[in-house]
Design a protein around this ligand. Structure first.
Ligand code: F6P
Ligand code: MG
Length: 454
């Protein structure tokens, strides 16, 4: 059940896998240790302090293993719902493998699981999130784009009166296309890549205006936006469909996802949206339940933007209230299945998490956000850029019951598929003319697989 192309590995020096395993991961871990040190210095109780010191010691061991390219050992049984899945995968496929010669996707995920273990075996710090400060901080530095969206979308979406049916449909289509792009490009603010971003850099990445969107559409190299609209516009006929988001990053990206999901609800296209997050800190910026609650509550009660006007703050509060109401009414549901924090790719989702597969197969559309989810969908392997998306995602397209799957991803790592018949030539041309095009986040794909009814 594997694709015919080799998976990227840390020792592939030409790939981003190498740079990540060699230097990005140790840097990320080093910053995480700094964060815990700040927290440590703010404690007063001896019992709590010594417990945290032991967490730091475990992080030091992990740092040592990572930089010394140690063999991957089993995960300690810390009562997490995913331990069995982790150790089964290690035993079955990665006995004796180390950080560099295990597939990159697995080794990188394993590092975040080991980081989790540093805290999950403690007494007082089980749920500590070493990335929480960074996630909150970046959102509060995103004020321009945050208010640009809230000022436009705080008032519920309504089609102007007096339009013909065709005109209404067209207005809705344009809004859908614009918000799909907002949701897509929200993925470019990724903390694991942009550790020391300036305010200006954040601003450039997050500009959301209409003109900007028209220009950025040409950077969507595999573009199924129109097919996506054709799928979504059918949902209203079913008195609203169910759309699932497999979330990626917290803060600004999650905020964009919510703006998009809000439109789907208000327009009546969807009647239910399910958001799938991670159970613990993952790939630096991914959404946990705490991040989800933090965002909704900060919009309503927070004081993140001291320079904002009363009207701007009012627009944020309005969004926050509405979104919290959706949750209370069951129109929005936040979920966190253990499978999302494993090293498995989604080629194994139907076999390793059949309950989750069944659950997703009841959805009308499953939207996977971001680079990591895309790597997992495509097995993170060296498939040619012309490979059709539904071929590249294997069982997630071909198993009986596979739902419609969309991937909204800004390209930040090696695997690129779905670029169409001329895709290989295009990729080659970019390789020559713009080395680094696969990691800059400048380009994107919006790809759709039609699924297979059960
Ligand atoms: O470390 C590499 C990576 O896994 C890439 O997938 C990407 O560069 C980043 O981390 C995560 O990006 P995203 O948040 O879009 O999944
Ligand atoms: Mg992420």
């Amino acid at each position: 059940n594997n694709p015919p192309w080799p998976a990227y590995r840390g020792y592939h020096e030409y790939s981003f896998a190498h740079a990540t395993m060699q230097s990005r991961l140790p840097t990320i871990l080093g910053k995480a240790i700094d964060d815990v040190t700040v927290t440590l210095n703010q404690q007063s109780s001896e019992e709590i302090i010594t417990d945290l010191v032991r967490c730091i010691e475990r992080m030091d061991v992990l740092m040592h293993d990572l930089s010394g390219n140690a063999k991957l050992r089993p995960i300690v049984d810390d009562n997490e719902g995913d331990v069995a899945l982790w150790n089964k995968e290690i035993a079955k496929y990665f006995q004796g493998k180390d950080f560099m010669n295990a597939p990159w996707l697995f080794a990188e995920a394993y590092k975040y699981r080991r980081l989790r273990e540093c805290f999950s075996v403690s007494k007082f710090w089980k749920d500590y999130d070493v990335f929480f400060r960074q996630k909150c901080d970046t959102f509060s530095r995103s004020s321009d784009a945050v208010f640009e969206l809230s000022m436009r979308f705080a008032e519920p979406f309504k089609i102007a009166e007096g339009m013909s049916d065709d005109e209404k449909m067209e207005a809705e289509r344009l809004m859908f296309l614009e918000l799909t792009q907002v949701c897509l490009w929200g993925n470019s603010t990724d903390l694991s890549l942009l550790i020391n971003m300036s305010e200006e850099q954040i601003k450039a990445l997050q500009s959301t205006g209409g003109e900007h969107l028209a220009a950025t559409e040409k950077n969507i190299l595999g573009n199924h936006l129109n097919d996506l609209w054709a799928t979504v516009k059918e949902l209203r006929g079913k008195t609203g469909g169910r759309v699932d988001f497999i979330l990626d990053n917290a803060g600004f990206e999650l905020y964009c996802d919510c703006v998009y999901a809000d439109f789907l609800i208000q327009s009546g296209l969807a009647s239910e949206v399910r958001f799938h997050g991670k159970r613990y800190p993952w790939f630096v910026s991914d959404v946990t339940r705490k991040d989800w609650e933090w965002l909704l509550n900060s919009l309503v009660y927070g004081q993140l933007f001291p320079k904002a006007t009363e009207i701007e703050l009012g627009s944020l509060r309005k969004l926050g209230h509405r979104w919290k109401e959706y949750e209370q009414q069951g129109k929005w549901v936040y979920e966190q299945h253990p499978f999302w924090c494993t090293g498995y790719t989604f080629w194994d989702l139907h076999s390793e998490a059949p309950d989750l597969f069944l659950h997703l197969s009841k959805s009308d559309l499953v939207i996977f956000k971001g680079d990591l989810n895309h790597r997992k969908l495509t097995y993170d392997c060296a498939a040619p850029a012309s490979t059709p998306f539904d071929v590249a995602i294997g069982p997630m397209a071909s198993s009986a019951g596979a739902p419609k799957v969309a991937s909204l991803r800004t390209i930040k790592s090696d695997v690129v598929v779905g670029l169409g018949d001329q895709g290989d030539e295009l990729a080659e041309k970019l390789d020559k003319e713009e080395p680094g095009w696969k990691i800059s986040g400048k380009y994107a794909v919006v790809l759709l697989s039609e699924g297979r009814p059960g």
